[in-house]
Design a protein around this ligand. Structure first.
Ligand code: NAD
Length: 327
């Protein structure tokens, strides 16, 4: 297929691009590099350095795209609470512009990076796709709005749409000279921050809240390896059907407290990783654990690297390639 990947210079989009190319697809990456990295771009994909608001310049009716994988977004939940307009404009208005271009060009299918953040504080665990959607942060709300627009687009215009609701993505894709991993700036995700501490680039790790109703008081999250997640996108392209909007949660179904994650980082890196307890962050749900039963049944998806140990080991290997680069 000829595919447009938005956000292909980012963490998940770069790994998915690599897998799509390896599977024989033709890929054009649309990424304005606002948070992505030029080095993460696949040399065998065409890169258009532009924003999703200008998607119509690439997604022309003549270009003959078979599908879009839409990863581009701003992703920091904390920032979305203090600069909400940035998130609405980029994530929601930008996605609507992309949908206009998809419709005008007659592109038949689209796979969207949705998020566990659409559920807010879940009323049932593990969380099925049918659970109530009540985001506790603006980031989650901007993504839920796009999910709803996709449902409308499928009904109104026959788009074959799939939303993949990722839980916490971790790990890295390492293959020969290729090293693709997590590099957000500022970093807000627990594992890469803990690795910065292990590499002595940061003094200590802040744990935001230790008074949640969980086993050790810290938040519980479900982690999924980025390679397992990227593979789910290829499967999603296969099950997309005209006029339907399918939604799949993607996580491993195992929750780990923040303290348990830090313990695994200590094991893998051999560093004590000092921690400091800080106040809760606005909008952080206590516990997010996926039911991925639907993805397993309908996509035939099975995680190959379900353990936190594997994810941290790969993330650490990626982090160390960057330390070598910086010398
Ligand atoms: N990383 C996670 O744990 C996680 C969890 C749930 C959902 N997601 C979703 O997955 C997707 C990818 O996340 P990531 O961790 O790879 O993020 P990332 O920040 O590494 O990548 C996002 C990419 O999108 C690009 N981008 C952003 N806005 C753009 C715009 N308007 N036009 C063009 N390019 C733009 C950035 O330059 C960057 O390359 C996002 O949609 C995010 O909401 C991620």
């Amino acid at each position: 297929m000829k595919l447009l990947v938005t956000g292909g210079a980012g963490f998940v989009g770069s790994v998915a691009t690599r897998m799509l190319l390896d599977a024989g697809h033709e890929v054009v990456v649309l990424d304005d590099l606002r948070t992505g990295h030029r080095e993460a771009l696949a040399p065998d994909a065409i890169h258009v350095e532009a924003g999703i608001h200008d998607a119509a310049s690439v997604l022309t009716p003549q270009a003959g795209f078979d599908g879009v994988l839409h990863f581009a977004a701003l992703i920091a939940a904390g920032e979305s609470m203090v600069a909400p307009e940035k998130y609405w404009h980029n994530n929601t208005v930008g996605s609507l512009a992309l949908l206009d271009a998809v419709r005008a060009a007659g592109v038949p299918r689209l796979v969207f990076s949705s998020t566990a953040a659409v559920y807010g504080n879940p009323t049932e665990l593990p969380i099925p796709e049918t659970a109530a959607k009540a985001p506790t942060n603006t980031y989650g709300a901007t993504k839920l709005a796009v999910d709803m627009a996709l449902t409308s687009e499928a009904i109104g215009h026959g788009l074959a749409a799939v939303s993949l609701r990722y839980f916490n993505v971790a790990g890295a894709h390492l293959d020969g000279d290729i090293a693709l991993g997590e590099r957000h700036d500022p970093e807000t995700h627990l594992i890469p921050i803990a690795l910065e501490v292990a590499a002595e680039r940061r003094e200590k790790l802040q744990l935001f809240g230790d008074d949640y109703p969980t086993t050790d008081g810290t938040c519980v999250r479900d982690y999924i390896h980025v390679a397992d997640l990227a593979r789910a996108h290829l499967l999603a392209l296969d099950v997309a059907r005209a006029g339907q909007h399918r939604v799949y949660n993607l996580g491993n179904g195992n929750g780990f407290t923040n303290r348990q994650v830090v313990e695994v980082v200590r094991e893998v890196t051999g560093h004590p990783v000092p921690v400091e307890v800080a106040p809760r962050r606005e909008g952080d749900p206590a516990e997010l654990v996926a039911s991925s039963a639907l993805a397993r049944a309908e996509l035939g998806w099975e995680p190959r690297k379900p353990t936190l140990h594997d994810m941290v080991t790969d993330a650490w290997a990626f982090y160390r390639t960057r330390l070598v680069d910086r010398r």
